[in-house]
Design a protein around this ligand. Structure first.
Ligand code: SAH
Length: 269
């Protein structure tokens, strides 16, 4: 396991050169955020612009994402990730932007989704980004430095190993994941990392209701209780998306997560 602490200082691109004409991706992003109930500052818009540029530049070598079109990155990546914010605020009985320092871990973050868009929108959120692949962590470490984000920790490791390590087990207020594993496997990765009363926020597509039915037993075994399975409408997109919120109501039994990849090979339930 490799952990990198990030305390690097900003090197923002010049926000006066931002492309904010009404049809541009950044205008889409701002309008979408307004639909969610908050505004991004020019500095935050500049961070998203830089995120886009770095993603596309590194993608040529690292195969980080299939989505590279400017507007699609704003909608299918940035707005899709930010769609969790109103749901989270509602669950915490807070308004946006959140100011409470909710300690978050994003598992299987890949190129930083959903963790980094959430962090840019809520800079006070201490964030740990976890991925099993070293090259993703290499990309993220330079990106986090370029974006000037503070209190971001990068960990190269497998979620099921972190869940058995006391430095990570039951340490977080919020765990997020998008496009990492089927739900009945994913909950065994995520729930051990939460402290009691912590929340798992899981991003899923149209298969969410079916996956949820197949994971109900696993959620209960791991100490979770479903708060809501919310259909979400991503601004400017048609497709059906869901966010599942699970609260940890009991500590996860020591048996979980199981070793030797059993969460994946033999899901609970
Ligand atoms: N969350 C990102 C990336 C999805 S791709 C997004 O929404 O775009 C899935 C990522 O999860 C990959 O980067 C893979 O390396 C990572 N991953 C899959 N299983 C994992 C595990 N058990 N532990 C840590 N990372 C994992």
């Amino acid at each position: 396991m490799i952990e990198l602490g990030m305390e690097t200082l900003p090197s923002h691109s010049d926000s006066s050169s931002l492309d904010v004409n009404p049809l541009s991706g950044l205008a889409l992003l701002q309008k979408g955020c307004q639909q969610f109930g908050f505004d991004l500052t020019p500095a935050q818009l500049a961070q998203f612009q830089l995120f886009y540029e770095e993603l596309v530049a590194w993608n040529q070598r690292l195969n980080l994402t299939a989505i590279t079109d400017y507007q699609e990155v704003q909608t299918k990546h940035f707005l899709d990730c930010l769609a969790g914010l109103p749901i989270l605020a509602d669950a915490l009985c807070e308004s946006l932007p959140l100011t409470r320092p909710v300690h978050c871990v994003d598992v299987g973050t890949g190129a930083g989704f959903p963790g980094l868009p959430l962090k840019i929108a809520m800079p006070r959120l201490p964030l740990t980004l976890v991925d099993g692949t070293g090259k993703k962590i290499t990309f993220l470490s330079q990106l986090v430095a370029k974006l000037g984000l503070k209190e971001v920790t990068l960990v190269q490791g497998r979620a099921e190993e972190l869940g058995r390590d006391n430095a990570y087990r039951a340490q977080f207020d919020l765990v997020t994941a998008r496009a990492v594993a089927p739900l009945n496997t994913l909950v065994e990765y995520l729930l051990p990392l939460l402290r009691r009363e912590g929340l798992a926020m899981i991003y899923k597509g149209a298969s969410a209701p079916q996956e949820f039915m197949e994971a109900r037993k696993a959620i209960e075994l791991l100490g979770g209780e479903t708060v809501r399975l919310a259909p979400v409408q991503i601004p400017f997109l048609e497709e059906k998306r869901f966010i599942l919120l699970i609260k940890k109501v009991k500590l996860t039994p020591n048996l979980y997560p199981r070793a030797q990849g059993l969460a994946r090979k033999k899901p609970l339930g």
